[in-house]
Design a protein around this ligand. Structure first.
Ligand SMILES: *[C@@H]1O[C@H](CO)[C@@H](O)[C@H](O)[C@H]1NC(C)=O
Ligand SMILES: *[C@@H]1O[C@H](CO)[C@@H](O)[C@H](O)[C@H]1NC(C)=O
Ligand SMILES: *[C@@H]1O[C@H](CO)[C@@H](O)[C@H](O)[C@H]1NC(C)=O
Ligand SMILES: *[C@@H]1O[C@H](CO)[C@@H](O)[C@H](O)[C@H]1NC(C)=O
Length: 558
């Protein structure tokens, strides 16, 4: 059952374009340059640069005569700036920016990949932590990765863990497995730890015990009161870091599981003043409790269920509200748009994450039937009417296991990667290793946009800030939104750390001055780098890259 790439899109496009010939549309745009490595992880590290990481393989981009494990991608020129010198294995890691702007990436370090993977990476040590210092050069010349496996490492070996920045600007690292696993989590690390370390040992987690065996890459969010929401398998909790207690929340309804290898995805919906009431949305995954992967199929339908819960006392009592996407989705990714909508994209409509484990593989893939048309979820609409793909374009590039996507400071989405194979595989499979890079461009990318003329580089919490702006004629200033965003870290169908906090804002009568109020504290927006976007009449500006808080090294409360 192959999906038709273009018929519905074409007929829709012709109707729209005859009605309004110049109205800009959503579009996918293929870049001329390729990513050089499979972009299985992606994080924006400066206003102009994104880092891609891959595992050791035989990708074309070389560093010291072996395939590079990391690459810096220039968002302005849409090309690879340079391969990064990565000493240890990057496979299945996670990362985030700290309160001082350094990017920390936590990777399991394989003990003996080097030679036989063709990658030639050094092998000593494990539990690697890498630091990418804030990178000031717009073109990345002086931007390097720091690794010292002796001094910077975790308590535990963790493969497939998730990491987020928390209220004091440090990194919290959750779960994972000690060893590479063919499918389920067979050697779990059911604990949490922090970077920098807060204590002498990891914290055991009953939640991770309960959510075995499908609890890899747990979906975790820093809540606006400093606690952390977590969902894994079909279970969810709120974890209190300061009290070291967990509050059990209702299961995801209808037997649906949502974490690796049964990947759905999850997102913290935008937080709005004055109360910043948190709500979590979880979409896709699969309704199965089959443990034996040999009994699962690439054709097993993925769930179309989206479940949403409000994390207040009444909201938790009311439980998860359920509605359906237009199709089932395994390995979807959910991302914020600066206007508060959620993009649902990537993945397939049948099968599972991981490689080479189910009975009827498609090449190496455990999944099939790529979903090629994104949808938009509008949180403010009534239940059952929130999801639509009206006006959304269709791509012809599947983004299956080991793909990534990120919102950029320019306001569009950068999509790369996909490789559901055990190695770099270019031919003979339905889903080859993917080096093509696309952007998904919202209509405003082709319109005259509002502009944040200048924004201070550093902003304090709870502060009123006025900045010069310009607004194109024709845009109505009754409808303005100012969003403070963490662009997150994308891997394995989860955008860890992604966050959107709306700020109260007004525009001067002359339309040339914007005044907004920053979040009250680091619980609402963990101190660290942020991107500010101004949306006027649903047309979004380019983002301004700022440091929210003092820029001090963690732990810091400002
Ligand atoms: C890479 O290979 C070339 C050709 O074999 C050789 O001249 C060069 O010294 C090598 N560079 C490194 C860094 O090993
Ligand atoms: C990947 O392919 C290369 C080139 O064919 C080969 O040398 C290497 O052993 C393969 N690696 C794995 C992990 O199969
Ligand atoms: C969650 O999973 C457990 C274990 O498979 C199962 O017993 C329970 O019924 C599931 N919960 C829901 C709401 O489906
Ligand atoms: C940021 O903090 C981390 C953790 O303490 C530290 O390793 C890193 O060097 C710091 N970076 C800067 C630029 O101060």
């Amino acid at each position: 059952m192959r999906r038709s790439y273009f018929i519905p899109a074409l007929s829709l496009l012709s109707t729209l374009s005859s009605a309004a010939p110049s109205a800009p549309q959503w579009s996918f745009n293929l870049k001329e340059a390729t990513s050089g490595i499979v972009a299985l992880e992606s994080i924006v590290v400066s206003p102009t640069l994104t880092i891609f990481f891959n595992r050791p393989s035989v990708d074309p981009l070389q560093f010291n005569n072996h395939s590079a494990l990391g690459a810096l991608w220039d968002l302005k020129t849409s090309s690879v700036v340079k391969p990064l010198n990565v000493i240890s294995n990057t496979f299945c890691g996670s990362g985030a920016l700290l309160s001082n702007g350094s990017m920390v990436i936590r990777h399991y370090h394989l003990v003996s990949v080097g030679g036989d993977s063709g990658a030639g990476v050094a092998n000593a040590g494990n539990q690697a932590i890498r630091i990418f210092e804030p990178c000031l050069s717009p073109t990345g010349e002086d931007c390097t990765l720091f690794e010292n496996l002796e001094t910077h490492h975790l308590f535990e070996r963790r493969w497939y863990a998730s990491s987020i920045r928390i209220f004091d600007g440090s990194l919290m690292i959750v779960g994972g497995t000690h060893v590479t696993t063919p499918f389920y989590n067979v050697d779990p690390v059911n604990s949490f730890e922090f970077f920098p370390k807060k204590e002498g040992a990891p914290r055991p987690s009953p939640f991770l015990e309960r959510s075995l065996p499908a609890n890899l890459f747990p979906r975790i969010f820093a809540l606006p009161d400093g606690r952390v929401f977590m969902v894994a398998n079909n279970q969810s909790i709120i974890y209190d870091i300061e009290a070291n207690t967990e509050t059990i929340l209702p299961d995801i309804p209808n037997n649906v599981r949502v974490t690796n290898p049964i990947d759905g995805s999850a997102i913290l919906l935008p937080l709005s003043p004055p109360d910043f009431i948190p709500e979590v949305l979880v979409c896709g995954g699969t309704a199965t409790d089959t443990i034996d992967s040999e009994l699962l199929s690439t054709q097993t339908p993925a769930s179309s269920q989206c479940s949403r819960i409000k994390l207040t006392e009444e909201g938790i009592k009311a439980g998860w509200q359920v509605e359906q996407m237009l199709e089932g989705r395994t390995m979807p990714e959910l991302l914020h748009l600066p206007n508060g909508q959620i993009l649902i994209t990537n993945g397939g409509s049948t099968g599972f994450a991981a490689i080479g484990s189910v009975a009827d593989l498609v090449g190496g893939s455990n999944a099939d039937n790529a979903v090629l048309t994104p949808s938009l979820y509008t949180p403010s609409l009534p239940l059952g009417r929130r999801i639509s793909n009206k006006g959304m374009p269709t791509t012809n590039i599947p983004r299956m296991y080991h793909s990534s996507i990120t919102l950029t400071p320019q306001g569009n989405f950068l999509i790369a990667g996909s490789n559901p194979n055990g190695n770099t595989t270019m031919t003979g499979v339905k889903f080859p290793s993917e080096f093509r890079v696309e952007t998904l461009d919202p209509p405003f990318m082709n319109a005259e946009r509002p502009k944040l003329v200048s924004v201070p580089k550093k902003l304090a919490f709870g502060q009123k800030v006025s900045v010069p702006i310009s607004i194109p004629r024709g845009l109505r200033t009754q409808d303005i939104k100012v969003s403070l965003m963490d662009l997150g870290f994308s891997t394995h169908a989860f955008h860890a750390g992604a966050r959107l906090v709306f700020m109260d804002a007004t525009i001067s009568p002359g339309r040339d001055l914007l005044t907004f109020t920053t979040p009250p504290n680091g619980r609402v927006y963990p101190p660290g780098p942020a991107t500010i976007f101004l949306t006027v009449d649903d047309v979004t500006s380019e983002g301004a890259w700022v440091m929210m808080g003092s820029g001090a090294s963690p732990p810091t409360l400002q």
